[in-house]
Design a protein around this ligand. Sequence first.
Ligand SMILES: Cc1cc2nc3c(=O)[nH]c(=O)nc-3n(C[C@H](O)[C@H](O)[C@H](O)COP(=O)(O)OP(=O)(O)OC[C@H]3O[C@@H](n4cnc5c(N)ncnc54)[C@H](O)[C@@H]3O)c2cc1C
Length: 306
Amino acid sequence: MPYDAIKELSTMVKGKILYQVPLSRYTALHVGGIADSMIYPANLTELQKIISFCRTEKVPYFILGRGSNLVIRDGGIRGIVIKLSQSFKKIKIVKEFGNHARLFVEAGVSLRRLFTYSESRGLSGVEFTSGIPGSLGGALAMNAGAQGREMKDITETLTLLTPRAALREKKRSALHFDYRRLHLPKGTVIVNASIRLKKHSTSTLLTREKSTPWRRQMQPLNLPSAGSVFKNPPGKSAGQLVEQAGLKGLLAGKAQISEKHGNFIVNRGGATARDVLSLMKIMQSRVYQETGIRLEKEVHVVGENE
Ligand SMILES: Cc1cc2nc3c(=O)[nH]c(=O)nc-3n(C[C@H](O)[C@H](O)[C@H](O)COP(=O)(O)OP(=O)(O)OC[C@H]3O[C@@H](n4cnc5c(N)ncnc54)[C@H](O)[C@@H]3O)c2cc1C
């Protein structure tokens, strides 16, 4: 365990460092073992220093957003978990042109704040993110989307930090967005984005209240979850396939396939990653047996087995 190396790093950074961090507190599903350490870099220079240090000292690192699309295994995460939520929170309009505006948004900004900021300035284009409980960085990494719109539709450029700690600006045309995925080399950090929104009269603007009722109806928002567990296969709904396989409500330990939505696994209190992963296996094998369709994970499964 690179514990001494992490201690050494702590003398070089001003940002907060925590040790032996229970990751279940940092994931929407409330599962996940212990992280050796968690660092909140104080600024971009510090983030670069940390990435460069990890490379030379061979310390593994993991970027954690708001933990809303993650299953972290019960053995936790070795090395450093990097959180951008304290110092990467700037959001501002940098240019207005015609009926458009360009926003500069840092990776630690929550989608909720991005929505509220845009809504209060009469800007539209991010309504689809309403009710998605992620950070900008996580939403870009996942190419999060809803109602036929995705993060790629509003992205103009991204500032990335490469695993060699070099800063790169990439235009959308040079980025490879896919369904619930942005292809980036492993270890790349999304630092900020330039996004393009439309000016709107407030009367036609879709407000938070108007854009989320369908979620309350369809999704088990009263219990911890990680959102959709599997990607929708082309032309199909993963939730319906799980439901047709008769699996809704199935329990493994304290994890349960939601009775409300077949593609959500909920934590009924005290579930482990092992419980969640065993339900995921059952969902995949039963749907495959019955339909020949292989469900592909949407959630990222990371960390060590216990
Ligand atoms: C109730 C509920 C509803 C949801 N509804 C939707 C929905 O409608 N549509 C949808 O697409 N998703 C949905 N999700 C899933 C999730 O909210 C989104 O994928 C979200 O964008 C993930 O952001 P995050 O900050 O939580 O990322 P995390 O879960 O923390 O991380 C996800 C991945 O992104 C990487 N990552 C995070 N930040 C960065 C960064 N700065 N640089 C590089 N990599 C990074 C992480 O390493 C990880 O691999 C839902 C989840 C829940 C719990």
